[in-house]
Write a protein that binds this ligand. Sequence first.
Ligand SMILES: CC(C)(COP(=O)(O)OP(=O)(O)OC[C@H]1O[C@@H](n2cnc3c(N)ncnc32)[C@H](O)[C@@H]1OP(=O)(O)O)[C@@H](O)C(=O)NCCC(=O)NCCS
Length: 169
Amino acid sequence: MTQSKIIIREAEKEDFPSIREIALSAMLHRESLSPIRDPSAAAERQRDRYAQLADQGLDSLPTDWAPAAFVAVDETNDSPEIVGYVLLALNATDDFTGEQQAYILDIAVNPNHQNQGIGTKLMQQAHKYARKNGLRYIGLSVAAGNENALRLYRKLGYIEEWKRMATKL
Ligand SMILES: CC(C)(COP(=O)(O)OP(=O)(O)OC[C@H]1O[C@@H](n2cnc3c(N)ncnc32)[C@H](O)[C@@H]1OP(=O)(O)O)[C@@H](O)C(=O)NCCC(=O)NCCS
């Protein structure tokens, strides 16, 4: 079997439509949805968000977040294919201590390419970029039932600092 050749690079403006396609096929999976929320509201909101991102790239996000994006490109075949991405902000704050931290806004890998170490590579690139920019912490939020994502984050040393809770009235 051919070994796949995956490279990680900074996203360019033309990459964002592919990012939207991966987001929509990967993010709206069952595990990302809270059991008490409305799946169609989530689908509509996420579709709008990713349409804006596809159209305007990082300009669709507030500049004071200092957002950045990296993509994983499968270069095994003649036509390279974007198979994953990570979006992060450099200018986030930990509410409790007020310390500046980086923040993972979103990460997804094309379902056909999951479980091959690509999510790990993307997260490592986000860490490297945050460290290079002088940051000592990185945070994220994840749906409580998203076991694949939780496994990836725990493997990379993330711990659960807070739990957000909600109930239906
Ligand atoms: C979460 C997500 C990004 C993980 O991406 P991924 O590319 O599958 O992640 P990885 O392959 O790096 O790691 C996942 C597992 O594959 C294993 N793996 C790593 N390299 C591997 C390889 N070459 N072959 C087989 N398995 C491998 C990892 O060890 C890990 O398993 P483990 O935790 O049991 O050790 C992906 O599941 C996804 O896109 N989910 C939907 C979107 C989502 O929920 N995003 C998170 C929002 S908070």
